[in-house]
Design a protein around this ligand. Structure first.
Ligand SMILES: [Mg+2]
Length: 161
């Protein structure tokens, strides 16, 4: 169904490059948090996210975090990556998207949401009439659990010696 269809699908947010945005006339991105920028309720940023944000912003793309999560979680998260935010966005309802676009003074026609959920991020975009770029959810995957394990291994070894 068209309401559940995103304009494009990417594996990770960091796979979306400026060329793609330029070709598709997108100059503003609304960013979902959970499983898009970090693990669900996590604080670990997606690998390469900070660099990606820097490059994209350097190219003049406007960014804002738009999340259904509460302010106490989203405010510090957005602060960490230096972005404005809308919390309690109530996606798939259009209010949060509208608020985000207004906050940036952005052009709705040139705005896309990047998110991992069809029933919130994508559906909301289609109801509101903006583009949506779906990313595969970030889960604790082998690479990450591996890193965490390594971290604790290191710590334990340090305490021992
Ligand atoms: Mg999400």
């Amino acid at each position: 169904m068209a309401l559940f269809r995103s304009d494009a699908v990417f594996r990770r947010i960091t796979d979306i490059d400026f060329e793609y945005l330029k070709e598709n006339n997108i100059n503003t991105l609304l960013l979902d948090v959970d499983n898009t920028l970090s693990t669900h309720h996590g604080t670990i940023l997606v690998d390469g996210l900070v660099e990606w944000l820097e490059v994209i912003q350097d190219k003049g793309i406007k960014l804002i975090v738009v999340s259904n999560s509460k302010r106490w979680r989203i405010e510090p998260f957005a602060g960490r990556i230096g972005l404005p935010f809308v919390s309690l966005a109530c996606k798939p309802l259009p209010f949060g998207y509208h608020k985000g676009i207004k906050k940036l003074g952005a052009d709705k026609k040139r705005t896309a949401i990047i998110g991992d959920q069809i029933f919130t991020d994508v559906l909301g975009a289609n109801l509101y009439g903006i583009k949506s770029l779906l990313v595969r959810p970030v889960k604790l995957e082998d690479g990450w659990t591996f890193k965490v394990r390594r971290y604790f291994e290191k710590k334990m070894l340090k305490d021992k010696f």
